[in-house]
Design a protein around this ligand. Structure first.
Ligand code: ATP
Ligand code: MG
Length: 306
């Protein structure tokens, strides 16, 4: 099989039932099927307890599915070799906190069979990337939550894997850290890497993801192309027009912005008619800003429909 035809992540009818307290069954995942293409960034959204971490733990071989199958780079997740080319960030990473970041990365590098020179070079690279250079020789036990999260992310990048599976990578990070992680994800995409990450932050999905999968109560509720979803949510446009006749915006909401500029809200279904009108009656477009539902509104809609 040619490598391009192998999907990075293929999840097929995955179900997981945990044994809860007093032996009570907890159905955490039910018949989940999802394919992540090579080179795409897919966000995994869902409310607390939806089954995101359960899915990710099955992919990483940390727990076994009750039924169904999953593959990483064409290999079944039950094969440890499937994770050689994967970078994994767990939810709330707990690292060996008596080690320094540099020692911890060296340990991880050896686990991925990297040679000594690569370990030194790549450790330095990822420590700098995640802004941990100054703390690199201090034991991890003295790190703040966000620093531990950054080290967890640094670890995923160390061996330059092809596939990244990240459970809430922005969790616990300050705005600068979140922006940094978004930049890292965009860079991974530009280098053809595949990223599957869970999050609660819809704004981050909006900025970095190609697709978004929503899971609710262990069941996949929707999978959408983010750009298409956002485009479908355009409700109208705020249009700033220079030197136009008042007749042009009769019946539309308008407000003066400057002596010669008026802002007019044009509903989506009247956009073409408005432009034709503008062409006929004169007036120059100064600015057009689409007014649309954001991903959070879609997410809430999806939850509401349940
Ligand atoms: N070890 C376990 N034993 C029993 N039930 C579990 C176990 N782990 C998870 N669950 C249950 O499985 C369901 C899914 O949990 P999971 O951790 O996958 O959700 P999540 O989507 O990652 O949530 P969050 O957004 O809060 O991280 C929940 O009902 C949870 O209580
Ligand atoms: Mg979770």
């Amino acid at each position: 099989m040619k490598s391009e035809s192998i999907h990075s992540i293929e999840i097929s009818s995955l179900s997981k039932t945990y044994k809860g307290r007093k032996g009570k069954a907890v159905e955490a995942l039910s018949e989940l099927s999802l394919t992540i293409q090579n080179g795409e960034i897919c966000g995994f959204l869902g409310p607390n307890g939806a089954g995101k971490s359960t899915t990710i733990k099955i992919l990483m071989g940390l727990i076994t599915a009750t039924s169904g199958t999953a593959t990483l780079c064409g290999l079944p997740v039950t094969d440890p070799g499937a994770r050689k080319r994967v970078g994994y960030l767990p939810e709330n990473p707990s690292l060996f906190d008596y080690l320094t970041a540099r020692e911890y990365l060296a340990l991880c590098g050896r686990a991925f069979a990297m040679d000594g020179e690569s370990i030194l070079r790549e450790s330095q690279r990822v420590l700098e990337l995640l802004d941990l250079r100054e703390a690199a020789d201090r034991p991890v036990r003295g790190y703040s939550k966000g620093m531990v999260q950054r080290l967890g992310l640094a670890r995923t990048l160390l061996h330059d894997p092809d596939v990244f599976i990240l459970d809430e990578p922005m969790s616990g990070l300050d705005p600068v850290g979140r922006a940094l992680v978004k930049d890292i994800l965009k860079d991974l995409k530009s280098r053809g890497k595949t990223v599957f990450f869970s999050t609660h932050i819809t704004a981050d999905v909006e900025v970095v993801c190609d697709r978004v999968a929503v899971i609710v109560g262990g069941r996949l509720r929707s999978v959408d192309v983010v750009d298409e979803l956002l485009e479908s949510g355009i409700e109208g446009y705020d249009i700033q027009v220079k030197n136009c006749a008042p007749a042009l915006y009769a019946g539309l909401t308008s407000s003066p912005k400057a002596s010669d500029i008026t802002e007019i809200y044009v509903p989506r279904d009247r956009f073409n008619e408005f432009l034709a009108h503008l062409g006929k009656n004169g007036g120059d477009i100064h600015l057009i800003e689409p007014k649309r539902k954001d991903l959070e509104a879609f997410f809430l809609d999806i939850l509401g429909k349940g």
